[in-house]
Design a protein around this ligand. Structure first.
Ligand code: IVH
Length: 676
């Protein structure tokens, strides 16, 4: 007996609702309902479909992981070839590209050509075919002419709609994009694979490509994959708008996910600005990229420019310097850090990676060293991403020479020969020498003078190491009686630099409580915690005297950190250091924590500050916000209400714009707080 019309209607209504919520969640990143409510809708649909299996259709949201494993991949011919892009590795090459574009279009080289700029996603290219709004095929790029049919796998990716939404979509739409594994998913996936002994992926790109080439869609469904679409191969039944950027907006309206970091820019200077902004934001983007892509926005111009061999003349990929390279391990040594932690470091044959020459790379800790089984003589892959310390990613086992040996944790500190201790359950092994160990002393002093701590300009690591080596500075207070004559005779120093350092030491005496707290180097008390402690208590005596419970009342301070702070101030030696520093003239202004009201015009509002403000320091801006009842946070998220930006604002500004967080220039901010 056919199901009653009411049931059919109910079923379609539920599916539409679920599709709508999928869209809000995956494409717009702005869910309307909590996950639990979504799960209820989904269960309701599953129950109805179970009662009426004849009404189950392939585009139902329940049918993502239904398919059985396939035996082998079918080859599919692309209806329109999938092209690749030409690369530019420098601004000069980008200029050449623009010159070719303008000259072919018979435009002046300074003509205001609009480019659609997008991140170049580091994943696997995909072609998705929709017929009458229903996803009927997913295919890899292959050699560009034909690829592999991976429909069973793309159907499992939640952000790929099984059915387009809205009405005016084309009867046939072939759309292209990149399937990728977001960084967080990649890290979590590998961490899990490590505990279960499964194979880990070397990088998110391999993870995406490997996942698409699974025969069993159930395996692909367990991989955290995502997509951004960036090109229409074919559209039948609608007239597309005249520009690439409008087409991307339309694809989003049809339920497809497009990259939020896309922008329209003008000319070479616009491209370069975009390249730099995305480069600065690269580390904080949730997905891997290896450059940016510029496309002539106007489709009529694109047609005029045409193609050369396998790439369009209207687009170019502007690549970032490679972040991974190969080199040989020449030695493995253990470095001793500020807290005594022993970090194995690989000494490498110098290699140019991530834009700099690298000759050392961290192996993190002894467990990591053993897990990767890095040995002297090995050829390894080294990665340097952004400002992150270069690391050894993996060993190329095929290239291992004969006679290599595993490296063991030393029993004694390589610097001071104190016992090396590794507590149960801890990944980190530590030198037990404390401040007896010259390495720990030097690191503590380097931290003390660093920019975000006491900010002694010009006092570099080499100078401190020399001073520690001759036993001239055993504790931070001794920095304050260094004389110009003794500094001038140190390696690579002279009268002028010695005089500058003495002046910088003098200037550093006038500081803030939060810098001072941070400079002390209490374990786990970073810049933010130090600032919170200072704002909460207002003066050092209250912090020194605070109980663990009172310390836990401070934002971001949990029981572990609270007990570390308490233990630090229980130690008479540490109190001596503080008194000696104060005697040497280090001072700051106490603040009255009561002065910061709980309520005010900014109550409930979260601000983030970025870039250099010209008329006030960040601390002053922060205090202003707090006085008006607002909160200041270090990172931008959807919960941020305002981003205040100064000169040279970078990734935070880009991120705020992509999350549509309100941004305020310094003058707008001043107007808001009632300044001039
Ligand atoms: S457009 C005709 N846009 O880069 C133009 N490609 O080196 C087709 N890629 O095969 C490509 N991000 O896999 C385009 N925003 C983006 C891209 C992008 C990554 C990949 C794509 C392509 C390869 C070419």
């Amino acid at each position: 007996m056919p199901a009653p019309v009411a049931i059919r209607k109910n079923l379609e209504l539920l599916r539409d609702q679920i599709r709508h919520h999928n869209y809000r969640y995956h494409v717009l990143d702005d869910p309307e309902i909590p996950d639990a409510e979504y799960d209820r809708l989904m269960r309701q649909l599953q129950a109805l479909e179970q009662e009426h299996p004849e009404l189950v259709s392939a585009d139902s949201p329940t049918q993502r992981v239904g398919a059985e494993p396939i035996q082998s991949f079918k080859t599919v011919k692309h209806r329109v070839p999938m092209l690749s892009l030409e690369n530019a590795f420098s601004t000069d090459e980008l200029r050449d590209f623009h010159r070719r574009v303008t000259s072919r279009l018979e435009l002046d080289i300074d003509a205001p050509v609009q480019y659609a700029a997008e991140p170049k996603l580091d994943g696997a290219a995909i072609s998705l075919l929709y017929e009458n709004g229903v996803l009927v095929r997913g295919a890899t790029r292959g050699d560009g002419t034909s690829g592999e049919d991976v429909t069973h796998n793309v159907r499992t990716i939640d952000s790929i709609p099984l059915r387009l939404i809205g009405r005016k979509y084309p009867s046939v739409l072939e759309v292209r994009g990149e399937i990728f594994m977001p960084k967080a998913g990649f890290t979590a996936y590998n961490a899990n694979a490590r505990t279960t002994g499964e194979k880990t992926f070397v990088n998110p790109r391999n993870a995406a490509a490997g996942s698409l080439r699974q025969l069993d869609p159930k395996l692909t469904a367990m991989r955290p994959l995502d997509i951004y679409v960036y090109y229409v191969g074919e559209a039948i039944g609608v007239t597309l708008p005249p520009t690439h950027s409008e087409i991307l907006n339309l694809l989003q309206e049809w339920g497809l996910k497009v990259c939020p970091e896309r922008r329209l820019v003008q000319g070479v200077s616009g491209c370069v600005e975009y390249y730099e902004a995305i480069g600065a934001a690269r580390d904080s983007l949730p997905y891997e990229i290896d450059g940016v892509v510029y496309k002539v926005d106007n489709l009529a111009m694109q047609r005029e420019l045409g193609y050369v061999s396998r790439a369009p003349r209207w687009a170019i990929a502007h690549k970032f310097p490679a972040q991974e390279e190969m080199t040989v391990v020449q030695g493995i040594e253990f470095q001793v850090g500020r807290t005594g932690a022993l970090t194995p470091v690989a000494r490498l044959a110098p290699v140019f990676v991530g834009g700099v020459t690298v000759s050392n790379a961290t192996l993190h800790n002894i467990d990591e060293l053993h897990r990767k089984d890095v040995r002297v003589g090995d050829t390894v892959i080294v990665r340097r991403a952004g400002d992150v310390i270069p690391e050894v990613v993996s060993v190329i086992r095929q290239r291992r020479p004969d006679g290599t040996r595993r490296t063991h944790l030393p029993k004694k500190c390589p610097v001071c020969a104190s016992a090396v201790i590794r507590e149960k359950g801890e990944a980190v092994a530590r030198c037990s020498g404390g401040l007896y160990c010259p390495a720990q002393r030097a690191e503590a002093l380097k931290h003390f003078v660093s920019r975000k701590a006491m900010d002694v300009d010009g006092m570099g690591g080499r100078l401190i190491e020399q001073l520690v080596a001759i036993d001239r500075t055993k504790s931070p207070a001794e920095i304050y009686d260094l004389r110009q004559e003794e500094l001038a005779v140190m390696d690579r120093m002279g009268d002028k630099s010695a005089a500058n350092i003495v002046a910088a030491i003098e200037a550093s005496k006038s500081t803030t409580l939060s810098r001072f707290l941070y400079a002390l180097g209490i374990r786990d008390v970073g810049e933010a915690t130090a600032a919170n402690l200072a704002a909460h208590f207002g003066n050092l005596a209250s912090i020194e005297g605070a109980s663990v419970e009172e310390l836990e009342g401070v934002a971001d301070v949990g029981p572990v950190v609270a007990s570390r702070i308490r233990a630090f101030f229980n130690e008479p030696h540490n109190l001596d250091v503080i008194r000696n520093l104060q005697k040497a003239g280090v001072h700051w202004e106490d603040s009255d924590p009561q002065a910061i009201p709980a309520e005010g015009p900014f109550s409930g509002k979260t601000f983030v500050l970025t870039g250099t403000l010209s008329g006030m320091t960040r601390d002053e801006a922060k205090l202003l916000i707090q006085k008006l009842g607002g909160k200041v946070s270090g990172s931008v998220s959807k919960k941020t209400d305002f981003l205040v930006f100064g000169e040279n604002a970078g990734s935070k500004l880009t991120k705020a714009q992509s999350l549509e967080v309100s941004t305020l220039s310094e003058s707008e901010f001043r107007a808001l707080v009632g300044g001039e």
